[in-house]
Design a protein around this ligand. Structure first.
Ligand SMILES: Nc1ncnc2c1ncn2[C@@H]1O[C@H](COP(=O)(O)OP(=O)(O)OP(=O)(O)O)[C@@H](O)[C@H]1O
Ligand SMILES: [Mg+2]
Length: 494
């Protein structure tokens, strides 16, 4: 497959500027670039979601016009999108075969569909119930369903836009095994990721994009700092700039939080000035714990104390009033309000909040939102742009910025840097430093082990709904974190 001189403009944005790209048979071609560089826009030309303004696409040296998703499918191109395309009200199996269910006498053959779905999930060695409603699945499981859906098409070209963003170590390895298998069958793949360590492991060649232009095309064995320089335009000296301030009083105390089948006796504390990391494999119950603390989900028993006062559970508004903030992992579902502007989304968590300077007025609010756009380098043509038009990583930055603006004293961050580029990650870490220096405490849930080790002052590890251990950051290694993370567990996606 070859793309020649692809140009794509959106109002106020030159998303792609004469991009050339090629894909050989059986190759894994990685696309790297900062948030907003144009990666997703480029691959959407292949899936039929967008048409190029200029340029052409050739398959087997023949120009093709990929005018719709159906055409893409007929040409043997299958895409795993960055933003999920699942229908929550349908089951896993129904989603995998959406729009092309196996039929018999004009009726959907449900039994056959279920069997087929199970076969694919088994091949992926993933434990997701084919009959489960997608609305009941967690984000990583949904990612696996997306992958299953793409695989079920038996495509010649498989396009994956950040497929590993919401997976942890073992699931990533499983996906890589699948990719290696497909390579042997001469399937060609495009792979987009912000995890640079994955590039050398799975890629053959790399095309780097910056501001909609190709910077260079290099072998996947190119070293990391060189990739960073090409993407960001400057070297990054310190990937994890954690400066631990002195710790103060206990801000958050969680005692024996339990919820049948989900959480068992979770107890821990977060002090002022601390970043407490929380590691674990997918399905360990970390997000569930965060949701229980913030009051989104109910609990059977247990207590949460904030700044020495017991908090009523099951009431997120109360949690917010008490100075808690929650950066959710599900930015599409809970993090953003798509039709509102970037500026409005940034202001959502702090509207009407009492701060030390009194009620924040609108003018002040706008000023602060604009400063956050600058601080986090949020790529948007203007603060008034509807957030849904921003690239995935830039939407994520807004979700984080919104809570940073709310001046939360206790901040729970669930996978804060998922989908965020290498440069912006460091900006977020710097802001975490600033917050903790000013007396906030942060609970950082992360599946990115180097991040947990690099940015936490203490590390809690969860497995199967329990906190299985606590490590000081000096004593912690990837190995002993993983050991605690897989304790009493079969380490499977459930
Ligand atoms: N439908 C749209 N309308 C307006 N602007 C858009 C639209 N889609 C993309 N853009 C803009 O085009 C640029 C490229 O976006 P794209 O989604 O391709 O980035 P990306 O490289 O995939 O970034 P990320 O790593 O954050 O996913 C961004 O500035 C984005 O805001
Ligand atoms: Mg993208």
């Amino acid at each position: 497959m070859e793309m020649r001189g692809i140009t794509k403009r959106f109002p106020g944005v030159m998303a792609l500027d004469e991009v050339d790209f090629e894909l050989e048979k059986g190759e894994v071609h990685v696309i790297l670039g900062e948030n907003g560089a144009g990666k997703s826009t480029l691959i959407k030309m292949l899936s039929g979601a967008y048409q190029p303004d200029e340029g052409e696409i050739l398959l087997d040296d023949e120009p093709v016009s990929i005018s719709s998703a159906t055409v893409a499918q007929e040409l043997g191109i299958s895409t795993i999108y960055q933003e999920f395309n699942l229908v929550p009200q349908l089951t896993t199996a129904e989603n995998i075969f959406l729009g092309r269910q196996p039929r018999r006498f004009g009726l959907v053959n449900r039994r056959k569909m279920g069997e087929e779905a199970r076969r694919i999930l088994e091949r992926m060695k993933v434990r997701v119930d084919a009959n489960a409603l997608v609305s009941n699945l967690g984000i990583p499981q949904r990612q696996m369903v997306e992958i299953a859906k793409a695989l079920s098409l038996d495509a010649r070209i498989l396009v994956m836009d950040e497929p590993t963003a919401s997976l942890s170590g073992q699931e990533v390895e499983r996906l890589f095994e699948i990719i290696r298998g497909l390579k042997e069958e001469e399937v060609s793949m495009i792979f987009i990721s912000h995890h640079l360590e994955e590039v050398a492991e799975i890629g053959d060649r790399v095309t780097v994009l910056r501001d909609g232009k190709v910077v260079d095309r290099v072998p996947a064995s190119t070293n990391r700092s060189e990739f960073v320089r090409m993407m960001v335009g400057r070297p990054i000296e310190d990937q994890f700039p954690r400066q631990q301030p002195e710790t103060g009083e206990v801000l958050l105390e969680v005692n024996n939080l339990s919820q049948k089948g989900i959480l068992e006796d979770a107890s821990f504390q977060v002090r002022a000035g601390e970043v407490v990391g929380m590691a674990g494999i997918v399905g360990a119950g970390r997000t569930e714990l965060a949701r229980a603390i913030f009051g989104v989900d109910p609990v059977d028993s247990g207590e949460v104390w904030v700044e020495g006062r017991r908090m009523k559970l099951g009431n997120p508004r109360e949690a917010k009033r008490r100075g808690m903030g929650f950066v959710t992992e599900d930015r599409q579902g809970q993090g953003i309000v798509p039709p509102l502007s970037v500026e409005e989304n940034l202001s959502l968590a702090s509207l009407g909040l009492n701060t030390s300077v009194g009620l924040v007025n609108r003018r002040e609010q706008r000023k602060r939102a604009r400063k956050m756009i600058e601080d986090l380098n949020i790529r948007t043509p203007s603060p008034e742009q509807e957030i849904r038009y921003l690239s995935g990583g830039n939407q994520q930055k807004v979700v984080i910025g919104k809570w940073l603006l709310a001046n939360s004293r206790v901040l729970i961050m669930d996978e804060p840097t998922r989908g965020i580029d290498v440069g912006a990650k460091v900006e977020i870490y710097e802001l975490m430093n600033e917050l903790t220096k000013n007396g906030a405490g942060i609970l950082m849930i992360s599946s990115d082990l180097p991040e947990v080790l690099g940015m936490s002052d203490r590390i809690l590890v969860m497995s199967e709904g329990r906190i299985t251990g606590e490590l000081s950051v000096d004593g912690a290694t990837q190995e002993n974190v993983m050991e605690l993370a897989t304790q009493g567990s079969e380490a499977a996606v459930e």
